[in-house]
Design a protein around this ligand. Structure first.
Ligand code: FMN
Length: 172
């Protein structure tokens, strides 16, 4: 099964999970970036990101190539922002008009995923959603909090492909 993992990550959590899913599933990775750059420091990032969500923005993305027709499964991941899916994913779905695809969705959050995944499901109307998962700040929690969950989830999405304890590429 040919798989594409599309993700946005501001602070590296989603990127970590996306890379592991990519490794286990043998998937291609597509990282989304905002065309206008990012505000990474201090409280400013919450104001900047929160405003984007509350004003229902679909921020412009840096150019990317995504031939979705080449993939059997498209996994979408991003951080929860203000209880909502990442605006980058909202932009991606709006730009590509993705429909009729088998998809799976995941998010990273700090303990309050809110309605991020259910809103993403709504945005994915017209696609099949094969599964969903959420991860609590994997960078901070350390590998033990998310690696086996990611492997189990990947195995459910594509039976037989997932790694098992001991196959991780992370340095121990
Ligand atoms: C603008 C903004 C809004 C956020 N809102 C939430 C939220 O509503 N609930 C939550 O649990 N975490 C929230 N977070 C925390 C992130 O979802 C969390 O740290 C996630 O793991 C970050 O993923 P990333 O490193 O891939 O960007 C927010 C972070 C930012 C920057």
């Amino acid at each position: 099964m040919k798989t594409l993992v599309v993700y946005y990550s501001l602070d590296g959590n989603t990127a970590l999970v996306a890379a592991e899913l990519g490794r286990i599933l043998g998937a291609d990775l597509l990282e989304l970036k905002f065309a206008g750059g990012e505000k990474r420091t201090g409280p400013a990032k919450y104001i900047w990101g929160g405003k984007m969500v509350f004003s229902h923005e679909k921020p412009a993305l840096k150019p990317y190539t995504a031939d979705l027709s080449a993939y059997d499964l498209v996994v979408l991941g991003g951080p929860v922002w203000a209880g909502s899916p990442s605006p980058a994913l909202v932009s991606f779905l709006s730009e590509t008009g993705m429909t009729g695809k088998k998809t799976a969705i995941f998010c990273c959050h700090g303990g309050g995923k809110g309605k991020a995944l259910s809103k993403l499901r709504t945005l994915l109307a017209g696609n099949e959603i094969a599964g969903q998962a959420d991860f609590r700040n994997p960078v901070r929690g350390g590998p033990e909090t998310w690696e086996s969950k990611a492997a189990d989830w990947a195995n459910r999405l594509s039976p037989g492909t997932a790694g098992h304890p001991g196959t991780s590429s992370r340095a121990s």
